[in-house]
Design a protein around this ligand. Structure first.
Ligand code: C5P
Length: 411
């Protein structure tokens, strides 16, 4: 958890505004202080009384409320916080922000601030997908505003579904923490500028015949987040990914492969690197001789002869002069997670193993969150459940620190 911060929450007029009550409690549980500005429309959905009771502060609404102006003033209000969060942000609020309006307290504060702004949109899917809203979002992103969501799902209106739901409170909290950390940690912990980071990601597909293959349930999300986090810290990143349906992070070199053999070849071609993170769920076996033509039904079930795939991590960790200075593996287990992770650290000669429990009940495989243990020689550190993006950022910050410490020790 980051240290206590001051958050200015702008509540817009949407049915999802009720989630802000829970959000305020959770932010305060984490030690943050929360001051709230409500738009006029927000008053239809939550009352200043309930919001004020949870924040312990008077809720602000009116730009021309002289008391408020004498007490704080909208310029100070805009600057005296570490983060401004607009949630839920309606289509109208986004449009007014993108246009630089300042005709109420919420927009005046957003226009006057020099602090990071995080926006959580919530609206009907048709409004979100409308080119006007998408234009405004693109403009705001170009202006440096961060977005979280909207989530996809059922709307309050019956029969309406699609992108437009306010993200759930835990995801909002994660986005707040990430926005706060990236403001403070990027500069303080030493970044990855000038480093080359290789990340493997996703499953591999091992052909049985031209149309069938062996695969696993890996979504590639954790690997993509690791690549994004390394890039954010300034590294040159080569992301070598098996077949996944994710769009690659910006500024990252992507090499798309299908099989384990192709993945190994791509990793070797990408060396040398300072850090290599093996997040791919590489298939352990492949079909010894895949059929050239499609196997026909009706001739009895075929027998598939399997052979072991090369262990990419192990090969790279033992690569002598081209071994990256930091080799990180993952251990996805369904039992005795730490026991197997410790064995893997040794047998694969990795520097760190990030271990996680991927039993179906955990929802980790394919899900948004991860609960990991960082296993190093002689130490295990267990991290609480957090988004895969947060896990990725923490790992990369730790990796940057590690390289920095190694360099300082060598000097
Ligand atoms: O042995 P196991 O598959 O559990 O090891 C997991 C770790 O090893 C992961 O980091 C994975 O990316 C890597 N690995 C690999 N090549 C393989 C098998 C696993 O790089 N053939």
């Amino acid at each position: 958890m980051s240290s206590a911060k001051r958050i200015l929450l702008i509540i817009g007029g949407g049915i999802a505004a009720y989630k802000c009550l829970e959000l305020i409690r959770r932010l305060r549980d984490r030690g943050h202080s929360v001051r709230v500005v409500m738009t006029k429309a927000a008053h239809h959905f939550v009352t200043p009384l309930s919001v004020g009771a949870l924040t312990n502060e008077r809720v602000l609404t009116d730009l021309f409320d002289l008391d408020d102006e004498r007490e704080i003033g909208h310029i100070r209000l805009a600057r005296d916080h570490d983060l401004i969060l607009a949630a839920p942000a309606t289509a109208d609020l986004l449009a007014r922000m993108a246009g630089g309006h300042a005709d109420d307290l919420a927009t005046a504060v957003l226009l006057a601030t020099d602090k990071p702004v995080l926006v959580a949109p919530a609206m009907n899917p048709a409004m979100w997908l409308n080119p006007a809203t998408q234009r405004n979002v693109a403009q705001l992103e170009a202006d440096g505003i961060r977005f979280v969501g909207p989530a996809v799902g059922e709307m309050a209106e019956r029969g309406e579904a699609g992108p437009g739901r306010l993200v759930e409170v835990p995801e909002l909290i994660d986005a707040v923490e990430t926005a706060l950390t990236s403001e403070t940690e990027t500069q303080t912990t030493g970044d990855l500028a000038g480093r080359h980071v290789i990340v493997t990601s996703g499953p591999t597909h091992e052909p049985i015949d031209p149309v069938r293959y062996l695969a696993n349930r890996s979504s590639g999300k954790q690997g993509f987040e690791l690549a994004a986090a390394a890039r954010q810290l300034g590294a040159r990143v080569t992301l070598i990914t098996g077949p996944v349906s994710l769009s690659p992070p910006q500024g990252v070199d992507v090499v798309r492969v299908k099989t384990a053999a192709e993945m190994l070849e791509a990793v070797q071609a990408a060396l040398p690197a300072d850090i290599a993170v093996f997040a791919a769920a590489v298939a352990d076996w492949r079909i010894e001789t895949p059929h050239v033509e499609k196997i026909k039904k009706g001739e009895g079930a075929p027998t598939l002869r399997l052979t072991e795939n090369p262990d990419i991590l192990k090969t790279v960790a033992q690569a002598g002069p081209t071994r990256p200075r930091l080799v990180i593996g993952f251990a996805a287990e369904t039992e005795d997670v730490l026991g197997y992770a410790k064995k893997k650290l040794k047998s694969k000669r990795a520097d760190w193993i990030i271990a996680n429990d991927v039993s179906p009940a955990t929802g980790i495989m394919g899900g948004e969150n991860n609960t990991v243990h960082v296993v190093t020689v002689g130490a295990v550190e267990s991290w609480p459940e957090m988004s895969k993006a947060k896990v990725a950022r923490k790992i990369m910050l730790r990796a940057a620190e590690h390289l920095h410490a190694k360099r300082t020790a060598a000097e």
